[in-house]
Design a binder for this molecule. Structure first.
Ligand SMILES: Nc1ncnc2c1ncn2[C@@H]1O[C@H](COP(=O)(O)OP(=O)(O)O)[C@@H](O)[C@H]1O
Ligand SMILES: [Mg+2]
Length: 304
């Protein structure tokens, strides 16, 4: 074991968990663990089930890498446990995690800071569906707290509204209808206070849905993203600001859409983005010469 790997002590990689994104988290966790082990870090996996507090408190750990996606792992809950156990952990703190996970609260914060995010309506009850008349179709229907495009759909006409709402409502009490931005999709990885090169995402599906994210071979990822240097810097600055306003820290990823006029719109912050070898943060890191094992060690070093 080399000296820099030793400084981290014994590391737990939290993965799996109980959220709808469990399977993806197991892939992220395995990749992170392998990367840390390759670099000589004394790391081991913990599947974050109901006994996670027991495992964490009895394992003699010095530091934790959170590789959990979705509820319980990305929303401030496990972060609160780790604070209580005085264990340093990667990524955002309790508040930053909770705010970023809550798409509605996050949009409200951005709006209050004059950061661009698509117009939206909250649809808690069926009676609220009439409120979407104030938005132009198409709209994006989404549960306020899920990830991996779960429960989401693009609604093209008024007939589709109710079914899309019911679908989103299955996953969350709080449903958001958001103006659909026609244009290009970009994502910006954030590492230790800096934005990495922008990635452009292209899919032939209606949007970057579960299939486009994890299954399709047809999804295209462009890095360099094709924007001019000046435009790219602007997007990076916007993403970093949006990340900070949401209270996020350490590392993460900001999703944006750019409309046909070239205006960027903030979609969401991911505080524990996917970290498989095919994921976007590793792709952006590679563009600045940072290979996967170095990247995970860098993320681990931001744990506080
Ligand atoms: N307002 C929008 N306009 C156009 N596309 C959108 C909009 N909101 C979401 N999308 C599409 O849906 C995908 C998933 O939405 P997102 O809010 O990032 O949820 P998730 O947490 O599931 O990733 C985005 O990557 C994008 O392709
Ligand atoms: Mg997203």
């Amino acid at each position: 074991m080399n000296e820099s790997a030793q400084q981290f002590g014994k590391v737990a990689v939290l993965m799996g968990g109980l959220s709808a994104e469990r399977d993806i988290s197991l892939l992220t966790g395995k990749a992170v663990l392998d990367g840390l082990l390759e670099k000589g870090v004394d790391a081991e996996a913990i599947d974050a089930g109901h006994d996670v507090i027991e495992k964490l408190s009895q394992g003699n750990y010095d530091r934790v890498f959170i590789a959990l996606h979705g509820r319980g792992g990305e929303d401030g809950k496990i972060q609160g446990v780790l604070e209580t156990l005085s264990l340093p952990y990667t990524g955002s703190d309790v508040l930053g995690s909770a705010l970023s996970m809550d798409k509605l609260r996050c949009k409200q914060l951005w709006q209050s800071e004059d950061l661009p995010t698509p117009a939206w309506k909250v649809l808690a009850e069926e009676a609220d569906l009439k409120n979407i008349e104030e938005l132009k179709l198409p709209i994006m229907m989404k549960p306020a707290h899920e990830g991996s495009s779960i429960g989401m759909s693009k609604v093209l006409n008024a007939d589709g509204v109710k079914q899309a709402w019911q679908q989103a409502k299955k996953y969350d009490d709080s449903v958001i209808a958001e103006q659909f931005i026609e244009g290009a999709e970009y994502t910006v990885a954030i590492l230790d206070g800096e934005a990495l090169p922008v990635i452009k995402l292209e899919t032939d599906n209606d949007f970057y849905d579960f299939d486009a994210k994890y299954q399709s071979e047809q999804t295209r990822y462009l890095c360099p993203c094709g924007l001019s240097e000046k435009e790219e810097r602007k997007i990076q600055a916007l993403a970093l600001k949006a990340f900070n306003v949401a209270g996020a820290s350490g590392w993460g990823r900001v999703d944006l859409m750019m409309d046909v006029k070239g205006k960027a719109w903030l979609i969401e912050v991911n505080t524990v983005p996917g970290m498989t070898s095919h994921s976007l943060v590793p792709m952006a890191a590679r563009a600045v010469g940072l290979e996967f094992p170095e990247l995970v060690v860098k993320i681990l070093a931001t744990a506080a």
